[in-house]
Every structure is written in C-alpha cells, then in structure tokens.
Write a protein that binds this ligand. Structure first.
Ligand code: AMP
Ligand code: MG
Length: 324
C-alpha cells in the first residue's frame, strides 16, 4: 500500500472537493478501487449509476470516516455495535435500518428503508472521507457486471473519463469486496462473503452466522430467506471477465488460460503456496490478466472452500454464471 505524498494530499483534497461538488471520483480502499459520489446528492448518485451502467435497484454502500458518523444514519443494534467495534475500520459492510429523514438520498438506498454502511481502513480512503466531510457512496470502479479493479491499470478508460479525479495508490490489499452482514436482528446474516470470514465473526461473537439464501454456504450454516434486495450476486452473473470462466479445472483445455492455485503447470498463479489471503488479493488481477489474452475460456483450479476461499469461490461462481 502506498501512503500519500504531498502531491497525493493535494489530489485527495481536490477529490474531496469534487465529491462535495457532485462529481465522481475513483479512489483506493483496502478491498478494491471504488467510484464515489456524495451520498446525499441524488444528481451525483444518478450520475454514478449511469457511469457504471448499474441497475438502480442495486443499492450502494455508504462509506463513512468513523463509526459515529456511520451510526448517526441508522438505528443501531447491539450486534452492529459489536461488529463495528471488532471489524471497523475494515472490509466489512453492515446493513441496518435507516433513520427517518436520512440525509442519504433514497436513490443511493434503491428506495429501501435499510442502508449498508462501511468505515474503510485504507489511509488514503480515510483521508478522502475526511476531506469530503460527508458520507460517500462507492461501488467498485468498474462497468456493472465486470471484474472489480484492484489496481489503476484495471480501470476502464471510459469510466475514468467520467470522473473528476483518479487517486492511484497501488494494489488493494484484500483484493475482494467487503463482507456484507445484515445486523438488523440478533443473528448475523451474511449477505456476501468477503475478506472477513464467517469463522472470524463467529469466533468473535460466539454466535453462529446464517447465510442469506442467495449466498451458497460453505459448510452447513443455516440459510434463511433473503431480505430483498440482497448482495450483487443476486444478479447471477457478476464480477465477470469477457471470456467464459470454468471453475474447478484440473487441467487446461485447448484455447484456455489456466489460473492455478498451488498448481505448478498453470499460466497464472493465484498463489504458489496455497495461501488463501494471497489468492484473494491476486484474484481480480489474474482474471484481468487472463482476460487480456482473449482466450476461448479462463479455467481456474479448485480453491479450498474455507476461510476467505469461500469469498473467492463466490466471486468465481458469479463470474462463471450464464450471461444475459
Ligand atoms: P457493491 O455492488 O460492491 O457496491 O456492493 C453493494 C451491495 O451491497 C449491493 O449489491 C447490495 O445488494 C448490498 N446492499 C447495499 N445496501 C443494502 C441494503 N440496504 N440492504 C441489503 N443489501 C444492501
Ligand atoms: Mg462491484
């Protein structure tokens, strides 16, 4: 991770100003690069949906500089307080019931009475949120349905052209999108697996998590009916490269690029040592790289469905899902 230089500080200040002016800005977080807009400004949020070509029924995550700023927007619960104390700032988004007359525009919430909140840890992102001085909605900085960027080299030039600033801070640490937890009730509901794993959450809380039924559960956690609308994978195809993707591949077929997990004969490697965090951090990078070769398909070796492997497999399933 790159810390801000004095030029970078000026850029971040300009970006904060641009957000206040209703412009779009691309910035790093510890998960993936985000494209941000002022959360209270419906025109800015509409511009964001349009720039990404994102369906307006898919609500956005609201990024705040602190837990207090975030919780001033919602009715908090004991569970949410515990999760925030343990995992914020960090790669976890928490869904709660919005306060009435919320400053977050209803377009950002896709008209729901709930809102997803996150306090990110990345220092550049933190500084940007301070400079903006307001909550910022930020989905991943890619055209809707495509791979998330974990490096500025992955950014789509047409999307960049719609932004007032692009802040480059090298590669994102975690490399996959935040874990999303519905904390409106007593039991944590995983809406999207991510860098913070269900066992980390369970170990901390001493309570079992359940999975929303749209999320395939890795072990045997109970699934419950999702509270609409849930995480992006509800649109079955998501996080997709251009080339078709084949999971659990043990060997490369004609015309394929093979992405390995501890697999010596692969073209690209998520990890050569079986380290799942390393594999998560490399996932989108390797998919971008493989896609650039215009293969007939991208084959990915089996990923152990434990720890953050669960989030990697969830992303791969979406990428492999039939396209519209
Ligand atoms: P992303 O697409 O990575 O920006 O993540 C945003 C995801 O968070 C969306 O796909 C939503 O489904 C989920 N999300 C945001 N707000 C809410 C909410 N109020 N209730 C449930 N899920 C939400
Ligand atoms: Mg996204």
């Amino acid at each position: 991770m790159i810390f801000a230089s004095s030029n970078q500080h000026k850029k971040i200040e300009r970006a904060g100003h641009a957000i206040r002016q209703g412009e779009l800005v691309i910035f790093p977080t510890e998960t993936v690069y985000g494209i941000g807009a002022a959360a209270h400004n419906p025109a800015a949020v509409a511009k964001l949906y349009a720039a990404k070509n994102r369906p307006q029924f898919n609500p956005l995550i609201v990024h705040c500089a602190s837990k207090d700023a975030a919780f001033s927007l919602v009715k908090t619960t004991k569970l949410a307080q515990q999760l925030a104390d343990a995992f914020w700032p960090g790669p976890m988004s928490i869904v709660l019931t919005s306060i009435k007359n919320s400053p977050i525009c209803s377009l950002a919430r896709a008209g729901l009475d709930s809102v997803a909140l996150r306090v990110p840890a990345n220092p550049i992102c933190q500084e940007l949120l301070q400079c903006a001085g307001m909550p910022v909605v930020a989905p991943s900085a890619n055209p809707s349905g495509r791979l998330s960027p974990t490096d500025v080299a992955h950014l789509d030039s047409a999307l960049m052209a719609k932004c007032a600033e692009v802040i480059d801070a090298g590669k994102c640490e975690a490399g996959i999108e935040s874990t999303i937890i519905d904390a409106r009730n007593k039991i944590p509901v995983i809406l999207r697996p991510g860098p913070i794993t269900h066992s980390q959450i369970e170990d901390y809380l001493g309570t079992k998590c359940v999975y929303a039924s749209s999320v395939s559960s890795p072990t045997s956690p109970t699934s419950i009916a999702p509270m609409a609308p849930i995480a992006p994978g509800q649109l079955a195809s998501h996080y997709a490269p251009i080339a078709p993707l084949r999971m659990n591949a043990t060997r490369k077929q004609e015309g394929e690029i093979f992405i390995g997990f501890n697999t010596p004969h692969a073209d690209f490697h998520l990890t050569k040592t079986g380290n799942l965090e390393e594999a998560a951090a490399h996932l989108f990078d390797m998919l971008h790289l493989a896609d650039k070769q215009n293969p007939l398909a991208i084959a990915v070796a089996p990923i152990p469905n434990i720890g953050v492997g669960e989030a990697i497999n969830e992303r791969l399933e979406r990428a492999a899902a039939p396209r519209n």
